[in-house]
Design a protein around this ligand. Structure first.
Ligand SMILES: Cc1cc2nc3c(=O)[nH]c(=O)nc-3n(C[C@H](O)[C@H](O)[C@H](O)COP(=O)(O)OP(=O)(O)OC[C@H]3O[C@@H](n4cnc5c(N)ncnc54)[C@H](O)[C@@H]3O)c2cc1C
Length: 357
């Protein structure tokens, strides 16, 4: 059987891949583009659309459809340090959303000229003039290869060095619990992880998740859950669903990898995610757009690589500064200082809306 051949093949249909192919298909309609993704699979996520992601959507002139939003809408985060037994409330401007509906909405805007293949990419081999891409739905050939396949990227592991730091993120879904739990909380428990965890209420349940060192990650999650329940004097109940995946946390400049020859990385596969909050949707969409622009006007590999690197540099600088923010937030001593001073926190009135924290 003859192998179908493309100019550009993208692995991964999350925000980075969907944005890249949408923008490239619009600006360069003559290119043959292939998008290989797991379209029916739900990406594990907190489902919060941060101000940077809202700003990115505004730059694309996109407004969010109502079916993507999830109750309740969130204006503040309760920051809890289980070791200090201190809680503070801070104003935040997130949109609470259903991650699957968000990803489906981005995919729905991809022009029909793009070939979509619902499959797992299992191997990639570099050949004369391009790449042979093996999937469980057949083999494809492409001149250019784009890795938009997230934290566990096969494109990154085949062609680039790994990220220096990745966590295992574990998240459980519980039945709605009500006012004894906050709508959104950020939890620090240095005895189980050097990173933060989160509680997020959704209209159909409550998520408790966190990022844990790979060793004993499940044990650490369960211990932290018990510590939290003790603090709240309330049980989360029996989990309806447990999910786990890798979560990237860039720590040094070499963690950000963008291009090599005719292979390009975008989104979390490139290391473009905040190491302090794990917000990654804005960087995914923006890097997809920058690479599409580089492809539209770049005449050869060298120019495309150069244009892409230059346009992503400010984003990398911003994410690099987040490493400093992470250092402050995740250092028990500095966090203690911030929480105890109450700097920039909101004073809560007692009343029916107060959570049990
Ligand atoms: C638990 C958790 C909570 C998070 N919460 C938030 C949040 O609230 N807000 C926020 O902004 N960010 C959040 N993030 C980060 C955010 O989800 C990612 O940074 C963002 O989705 C990256 O987009 P992407 O397109 O680069 O990759 P992804 O969204 O990960 O998309 C990659 C796609 O590629 C597919 N894929 C992977 N390998 C293959 C393969 N071999 N073959 C075919 N397809 C493949 C995957 O199934 C997926 O669909 C969270 C991350 C985690 C793990």
């Amino acid at each position: 059987m003859e192998t179908a051949s493309f100019d550009v093949a993208v692995i991964g249909s999350g925000p980075s891949g969907a944005t890249f192919v949408r923008e490239l298909a619009r600006s360069a309609p003559s290119r043959k583009i292939l998008l290989i993704g797991r379209f029916s699979k739900e990406k594990m996520c907190g489902g919060l659309l941060a101000p940077d992601a809202q700003k990115a959507l505004a730059r694309f002139n996109l407004t969010l459809p109502k079916n993507v939003l999830s109750d309740p809408q969130i204006f503040a985060v309760e920051t809890v340090d289980l070791s200090l037994k201190t809680t503070r409330l801070y104003q935040r401007h997130y949109l609470n959303m259903k991650r699957k509906a968000f990803d489906d909405w981005l995919v729905s805007m991809i022009p029909e000229s793009v070939t979509l293949i619902d499959a797992d990419c299992t191997a990639i081999v570099r050949e004369e003039g391009g790449f042979r891409i093996q999937t469980n739905a057949g083999t494809f050939f492409s001149a250019y290869l784009i890795g938009a396949d997230g934290a566990n990227s096969i494109v990154r592991s085949t062609f680039f060095p790994k990220l220096s730091k990745q966590y295992v993120s574990i998240q459980q879904w519980f039945d709605p619990i009500g006012r004894s739990f906050p709508a959104y909380a950020c939890i620090f428990d240095p005895s189980t992880s050097d990173s933060c965890s989160w509680i997020i209420q959704k209209e159909d349940g409550l998520i408790f998740g966190g990022a844990f060192p790979k060793r004993d990650c499940r044990k650490r999650y369960e211990t932290q859950k018990r510590n939290l329940e003790t603090k709240l004097h309330c049980s989360l109940g029996t989990p309806r669903r447990t999910e786990a995946c890798l979560l990237s946390s860039p720590r040094k400049p070499t963690d950000f990898r963008l291009a090599k020859g005719s292979v390009f990385l975008i989104g979390e596969a490139a290391g473009l995610i905040s190491s302090s909050s794990f917000e990654g949707i804005s960087s995914a969409m923006l890097s997809g757009k920058h690479l599409a622009d580089a492809f539209s006007c770049g005449k050869n590999d060298r120019i495309i690589r150069r244009k892409y690197r230059i346009s992503v540099a400010p984003l990398i600088l911003k994410l690099y500064l987040k490493i400093g923010k992470r250092f402050v937030l995740c250092s028990p001593l500095l966090r203690k200082l911030i929480l105890l001073t109450g700097l920039k926190s909101i004073r809560r009135y007692p009343g029916p809306g107060s959570s049990g924290i």
